[in-house]
Design a protein around this ligand. Structure first.
Ligand code: PRT
Ligand code: MG
Length: 208
């Protein structure tokens, strides 16, 4: 049995065609069904539906053999313990700093609100910028508007969320896409099955 960890938000939608091309169609729709383990049209493959940020953890511990996760999540988690054989080039966006429009340069130590604490710490430290990182779990855009932070580090796609909150993107930290990750032990123990799946995913990628 192969277990694949996916989150049910935007990555799931874009991952479905890859899975389908490998003959993997979930029997239930995670949007309407509350099951967390989904059987698929392939008897030897099941999906586990989890939070995007939990995907590296499940795969690292071998609770899932494979997973699909954003590079943002992998970098923040520290994914040295995982193989990352494929860039699926889906759920693409940018991790950026953003600031209020027309804000004066902040005085003293920069306050940064983000859920990407480690990534932000590393980014500012590499540039020799003294930054106080304030961990938030959501609605980062609000922080500069209410004086909690001078800037935010968050994902940007269309830029609509920033615009709607009178913020503007400043510096690109990295381009983000979703990656296929594989548990290291599973790569050895289930090599045949995983190699076949990787080939199928590669074919799908090449056809795009
Ligand atoms: O469970 P949880 O809420 O933590 O995760 P989720 O349900 O959001 O997970 P899911 O499956 O949707 O996947 C999240 C992953 O999608 C991220 O880790 C990224 O790798 C990827 N992704 C791609 C994005 C975006 N684009 C994106 N635009 N994740 C979030 N956003 C948010 C962003 O945080 C901001 O609030 O969309 C807003 C910005 O979008 P624009 O278009 O207004 O710029
Ligand atoms: Mg979400």
């Amino acid at each position: 049995m192969l277990t694949i960890a996916v989150s049910k938000g935007r990555i799931y939608e874009e991952a479905l065609p890859f899975l389908a091309d490998a003959g993997i169609m979930p029997v239930d729709d995670p949007k309407t069904c509350r099951k967390l383990i989904l059987q698929t049209t392939r008897e030897d493959v099941q999906l586990v539906i989890i939070r995007a940020t939990d995907v590296p953890t499940f795969v690292e511990y071998g609770a899932a053999d494979l997973g699909i996760a954003g590079k943002d999540v992998l970098l923040e988690h520290g994914a040295e313990s995982l193989y990352e054989p494929l860039d699926l080039n889906i759920a693409c966006c940018r991790l950026m700093t953003a600031v209020p429009k027309d804000a004066p340069p902040p005085q003293g130590r920069l306050r940064v609100a983000t859920k990407y604490v480690k990534t932000a710490q590393r980014y500012f430290a590499d540039r020799g910028i003294q930054a106080e990182i304030i961990k938030l779990y959501g609605s980062m855009e609000l922080a500069p508007l209410v004086g909690l932070a001078d800037c935010i580090v968050d994902l940007v796609d269309t830029g609509n969320t920033l615009r709607a909150n009178n913020l503007e993107p400043r510096d690109l930290i990295m381009n983000v896409s979703s990656r296929l990750v594989v548990n290291k032990a599973a790569m050895k123990m289930k090599n045949q099955a995983i190699a076949t799946l990787l080939e199928q995913f590669e074919t799908t990628l090449a056809q795009r």
